[in-house]
Design a protein around this ligand. Structure first.
Ligand code: ATP
Length: 234
């Protein structure tokens, strides 16, 4: 779907023991796009996210990355549930990620300052409080910021709206859209088809581990087709 691919899956399947979570997935993520992967609980979104990220290897099929130049493609995943250290401060959460990447010394301070600029003021002024004391939406924004520490070319977000108030969902999705506009290829795993259609250039519908529809909100009739595919026949 437009643009050269930055990340591709070909004939990918994945099972956990006897549970077939994904089957026969062909997927191409165009550079600079914002791709939504939608599906109900258990459709296989998180599994697909981890396979795209590379933190898990598929049981079958091939994953390929297409970096520009010689350096490996930098991909960050914001996991479902955010996985912040709740008792550590916001700053410490960012520091942990910096250390993991070998950023230290003077570079650490400037990187943290840069990252803090991406946070809303009410979080930026409370970098020293424990992450667990922030609202769910604020925590999501910190988790996204932490993922940006690696300067990713591809950002994968696993259900960033989960458990957030509608106002916070809007704020988080504004931030996601802004990052995509800055050129970060974005993969959004989402249960909400309408939200994905609104946010993404391409929407892939997963049902029971299979891709059942691919298209865009601007394609005539796609929204209706995608909805049917999402819910399937009863
Ligand atoms: P959710 O929205 O609930 O997170 P999902 O669309 O992300 O769902 P996955 O978490 O990828 O779906 O799960 C796909 C299938 O694989 C489900 O049937 C799930 O029960 C199963 N599954 C996921 N992780 C494991 C695991 N570690 N061990 C066994 N089965 C698993």
């Amino acid at each position: 779907v437009g643009g050269e691919p930055v990340l591709t899956l070909a004939g990918v399947g994945h099972h956990y023991g006897g549970v077939q979570a994904l089957r026969d997935i062909d997927l191409s993520i165009p550079r600079g796009s914002i791709v939504g992967i939608v599906g109900a609980n258990g459709a296989g979104k998180s599994t697909l996210g981890r396979l795209l990220h590379g933190s898990m290897t598929p049981s079958s099929g091939e994953r390929a990355t297409h970096p520009v130049g010689d350096e490996p493609l930098r991909i960050s995943l914001v996991p479902e549930g955010r996985a912040l250290f709740k008792t550590l401060s916001v700053r410490e959460n960012l520091e942990v990620s910096a250390y993991a990447m070998g950023i230290g010394g003077r570079k650490l301070a400037t990187t943290l300052d840069e990252m803090a600029q991406r946070l809303p003021e009410r979080v930026r002024t409370r970098m020293h409080i424990s992450a667990g004391a922030l609202s769910g939406g604020e925590q999501q924004l910190v988790a996204i910021t932490r993922a940006l520490m690696a300067d990713p070319q591809v950002l994968i977000l696993d259900e960033p709206a989960l458990g957030l108030s509608p106002a916070m969902v809007q704020e988080v999705y504004r931030q996601i859209t802004a990052l995509a506009e800055q050129g970060i290829t974005t993969i959004l795993l989402d249960q909400s088809l309408p939200r994905a259609l609104q946010t993404c250039s391409t929407v892939v519908v997963l049902r029971q581990g299979e891709v059942v529809a691919t298209g865009s909100a601007v394609d005539e009739g796609f929204a209706a087709r995608a909805e049917e595919a999402y819910f399937g026949e009863v």
